[in-house]
Design a protein around this ligand. Structure first.
Ligand SMILES: Cc1ncc(COP(=O)(O)O)c(C=O)c1O
Length: 419
């Protein structure tokens, strides 16, 4: 996943409600051209907000010496997450990738099985399928909201299909009513990759609570972070028990050093859980802030030649990472480079998994390919001020204008930074 880079401390100021006011904080109206140059600090893509009880709880771990995976913060963090999303069982693990891996493994998915997964996703969603020995079957993503569609998934179902991996990307959600109905008709498991979806709801229900099992990530750039960390959620008590067993070397939950099944060490540390609990205490305010930032981006760029990720009517987005499609006549790398010169970090949308050497299938997935080619992620962390968002938008507009005036690299220009 992208590295969380750091800038100097940022001042927190309230976002303006809806005026789209681009004035500076002191009320002066800055000259747009000079304002970029006059602000020296770098705006990173993401920076976690650790301003709550994180430090206090971590110190508690250190002072009590409960630094491994048996401390009291782990069940507290699990309960906090389960309570926030209304899940019956939540099991803390060491990262989001192993959460997905455990889910597939616990469901008995393995060699000879197929799992349908969007090609446009972070590679972990696909790797875990290969890691259990199953075959990822790639499905296209909708150009509207950039996630998989049940009718497209249905076309990929074969007698070997065992599961659908529904990936909720950038804070949007798949249509879980349609996907769960499809899965039920064909007797398939549904694994929800909710790494980017903490705070998302579909028809009032939280991501991760529709499928057979859901998996969250708490990497440093996620809505809630533990540094590295993950959580598996399920409503099935037997599956929850099996996942608990598997994550701790298969050791019996009642008899020490008695290993009932072949397991893994996928445990979360008490220190990570301490950070996670402190983060969960501020989940609502983090989400509010991120939603306000996303709304401001959309407002300020409403007449710019970019297309934001669409939302289905039933979805409330967590606005994890504000991402937009650039116009097709500009080179994304050139835009990113220009913004980097303005001190603004961006990130390209994911490459399609079916283009990666180990998964190259020769498939044509036009929606996924277009989002992947044109998508750019913008700074989206809670401490961003209104001024910073304005600065990002200005830089993006300028970069597009310059690229269109013809200074720039063609899509095949060797200056590409991200290949
Ligand atoms: C969609 C998606 N799936 C899975 C993961 C894997 O999570 P982790 O990095 O915690 O292993 C990530 C992110 O980081 C992700 O964005």
């Amino acid at each position: 996943m992208a590295v969380v880079t750091r800038a100097g401390p940022v001042d927190i100021e309230p976002l303006a409600s809806s005026s789209g006011n681009m004035d500076s904080a002191d009320g002066a109206n800055p000259d747009p051209a000079s304002s970029i140059e006059s602000i020296a600090s770098v705006i990173p893509l993401y920076e976690p907000d650790l301003s709550g009880n994180e430090r206090r709880y971590v110190l508690e771990c250190l002072e009590s010496s409960w630094i491994s995976s048996n401390g009291g913060f782990i069940p507290r963090f699990e309960q906090a997450l389960a309570g926030a999303i209304n899940a019956a069982h939540a099991i803390a693990v060491s990262n989001g990738t192993v959460a997905l891996h455990l889910a597939l493994h616990a469901l008995g998915i393995g060699p000879g099985d197929e799992v349908i997964v969007p090609s446009f996703t972070y590679i972990a969603s696909v790797n875990v399928i290969a890691q259990v020995g199953a075959t990822p079957i790639f499905v296209d993503s909708s150009l509207d909201d950039w996630v998989m569609r049940a009718d497209q998934v249905e076309k990929k179902i074969s007698p070997r299909t065992k599961a659908i991996m529904a990936v909720h990307l950038y804070g949007a959600m798949c249509d879980m009513t349609a996907l769960c109905a499809l899965a039920a008709r064909h007797g398939l498991a549904v694994i929800e990759d909710c790494a980017e979806a903490l705070g998302c709801t579909f028809a009032g229900r939280h991501a991760g609570t529709f499928g057979t099992v859901g998996a969250f990530s708490f990497y440093g750039n996620k809505t809630v972070t533990t540094g590295e960390g993950g959580m598996v959620v399920t409503s099935d008590p037997n599956l929850a028990d099996r996942i608990r067993l598997l994550k701790g070397q298969g050791q019996s939950l009642t008899r020490r050093y008695w290993h009932e099944i072949l397991g893994f060490n996928y445990r979360m540390t008490n220190i990570c859980a301490a950070i996670g609990l402190a983060q969960m205490e501020r989940l609502a305010s983090i989400l509010n802030r991120k939603r306000a930032i996303a709304a401001l981006y959309r407002q300020e760029l409403r007449d710019a030649p970019v297309t934001f990720q669409g939302r289905s009517r039933d979805t409330v987005s967590a606005e994890w990472l504000v991402t937009a499609l650039l116009p097709s006549d500009v080179d994304r790398d050139e835009i990113a480079l220009a913004m980097e010169r303005d001190g603004i970090e961006t990130r390209p949308a994911f490459h399609c998994a079916h283009h990666m050497p180990m998964y190259a299938t020769g498939d044509s997935l036009p929606g996924a390919e277009e989002i992947s080619r044109r998508g750019i992620c913008l700074p989206s962390y809670p401490q961003l001020t209104e001024r910073m968002v304005t600065r990002v938008c200005l830089s993006l507009r300028n970069a597009i204008e310059q690229a269109r005036r013809g200074g720039g690299a063609s899509p095949t220009n060797p200056r590409r930074r991200f290949d």
